[in-house]
Design a protein around this ligand. Sequence first.
Ligand code: GUN
Ligand code: ZN
Length: 430
Amino acid sequence: MQAFRADLLDFTAPPGWGDTSAPGVRWRPDHWLLVGEDGRIAGVQAEAPPAGVPRHDHRGRLLMPGFIDTHVHSPQLGVMASYGTELLDWLHTYTFPAERAWADPAVATAGSALFLDALLAHGTTAAVVFPTVHKGSVDAIFTAAQARGMRLIAGKVLMDRHAPDGLRDDVAGAERDCIDLIQRWHGNGRCSYAVTVRFAPTSTPEQLAMAGALCRADTTLYMQTHVAENREEVRWVGELFPQARSYLDVYAQAGLLHPRAVLAHGIWLDAADRAALHDTGAQIAFCPSSNLFLGSGLFDWPAMAAAGVPVSVASDVGGGTSLNLPRTLADGYKVQALGGHNLTAWCALHAATRGAAQALQLDHEIGSLEPGRVADFCIWDWATGAVDGQRQQLARDLHERVFAWLLMADERHLVQTWVAGQARHTRTDG
Ligand code: GUN
Ligand code: ZN
């Protein structure tokens, strides 16, 4: 057993949209989090633990569940902040060349270690990850996740057309790779497999049908893809799939929408699409930093919420410009503000923790500080300088305080990251 003293914040229920009062918010200032030898949360208490239990005194700091990034690309750290393009040009100019290098297992192994260490150093303890089309990139990310004890969902990227040489597969070979990788990794420790369709333009209808058949054959598999991110992309999908009612309908017809489906973006969807997402149980990963950087558009979170579709938040690095989810959520606030809506700190942080865990059907394992959950958590400074320090002092209530932290914090506020009761990142620069 070990014990952590800090201001504990997590959620017991979804906060209502636009509601700054705190239903569902569990705020336990200056409490002790107890972590057992099994790496799970043993309890939370106000009183000091018994003598002999090792103590980590982070009084005056914030302790929250580790963040869950529901859409991020492991081979794209080197693509971040690439100048001057929208989605389709960005893919061809910057992203596909970077991903081609991951054909080399040594590149994939080193890149995956760098990537997961970076997630941990930005406050993220669990992620839904796109590696590359290469089978070795999947072995590399899962192997690196297991070395760090992390909860990770990933799968081989499917692309059998409209991609350059060295980045295309074919239906039969891709199916063999998927089956082999599912056997090796799905349910192996904290790893789960996601059938990973890059996006409709890079898969033939035959490949989409194969992906749908994999999902039908094992309903515990996840599915991840991109949808309706960019207007030119949406127009192209209409051309490639003239029989589909909409972009989302391409995936619906292939049997890819189900309760374990995570679709990134979903900016250019209509009411019928939102109803289809709701009816199938699929969820949207909102990627505000990426959507702003690539000029993709403004996601309408309240419309999605009103349709009953779960929304989580994601960095979408390399389209996004930071792996840090507080920075991403700050962008999310601004995107919603442009749509005339106020994103509360509670909605934002819930979506990055308990909300994502629930949508991924992993709330028994991650996303809260409930006893029995795996001890994946982060300790943050409330402020690191004079400006955010003063802002904290001026906050008049809990929402104002947490909101100011969320909008002003970044990875420099991160003191320590713990995964399954093990310290996996510690700030070194004071
Ligand atoms: N659509 C298809 N591939 C990608 C990708 O790598 N990043 C983003 N943001 N959108 C995509
Ligand atoms: Zn993406």
